[in-house]
Design a protein around this ligand. Structure first.
Ligand SMILES: [Zn+2]
Length: 240
């Protein structure tokens, strides 16, 4: 969850010299100078899994399950199914034993993702620039509403999650949030902001989220349903 990319402002436009007016015939108006193209910012390369904040497995109890089952979802999130009689302690231990298998699955998913048809680069660059411009101010506004202060904000090309929050108060946002419906984007932001209060995903954490974002279940459902398209598969996992 340790972020790195500093938020920097838009690249400045360079003024361009006006074209010389055409010679004698039509002295009507000098030609307008062409608008210079904005220099494109290079896209951040895809990151490997961020090692500092391992994705938390989802533990799901299933009445018909006869044993513990581990699976890896398309977004890289590990799901551990518990039989009715199962315990969390055993489920965690079981997931721990499967770590090698889990890593292999994630590597396979990573390769599949890279093989997916890419979104045209120009579009990505445009969204990326917009994300850097629009996401940090929105996060700050929500933080102010909630009386929370953020130490630092980064907009990143996160591979496995929509956002993350460090103990030091550094919040990272996935640039793809910029193309989501505002209420979903806000939920992700509120989720990360609430980690400033609690660094876990406990019941108390979710109560804080619910109080600040009553519609959060709908937003999570949206994220689950819209995980892959249009950019060829990314996190369904809402956040960290
Ligand atoms: Zn979280």
């Amino acid at each position: 969850m340790q972020p790195s990319l500093p938020f920097d402002a838009n690249p400045a436009r360079e003024p361009q010299e006006p074209l010389e007016p055409l010679e004698p015939l039509e002295p009507l108006e000098p030609l307008e100078p062409l608008e210079p193209l904005e220099p494109l910012e290079p896209l951040e390369p895809l990151e490997p899994l961020e090692p500092l904040e391992p994705l938390e497995p989802l533990f799901v109890r299933h009445p018909r399950a006869r044993r513990y089952v581990v699976s890896v979802r398309a977004d890289g999130v590990v799901r551990v199914t518990l039989p009715r009689w199962g315990s969390m302690r055993e489920a965690r231990a079981f997931a721990g034993q499967q770590q090698h298998w889990i890593e292999r699955q994630r590597q396979r998913l990573g390769k599949e993702r890279q093989a997916a048809p890419p979104v045209p680069e120009a579009l990505q660059r445009e969204s990326w620039a917009r994300a850097k411009r629009e996401l940090p101010p929105r996060l700050l506004a929500l933080a102010a509403d909630l009386g929370l202060s953020v130490a630092r904000i980064s907009v990143r090309n996160q591979k496995w999650r929509w956002g993350s929050c460090s103990r030091g108060g550094h919040i990272c946002l996935n640039w793809r949030l910029v193309d989501m419906p505002g209420w979903v984007r806000d939920y992700v932001m509120v989720h990360e902001l609430m980690h400033l209060r609690r660094m876990d995903h406990s019941r108390r954490f979710w109560k804080l989220v619910a109080a600040a974002c009553p519609d959060y279940e709908r937003a999570r459902a949206w994220l689950r349903a819209n995980s892959s398209p249009p950019w060829g598969g990314l996190p369904t996992n809402s956040t960290c």
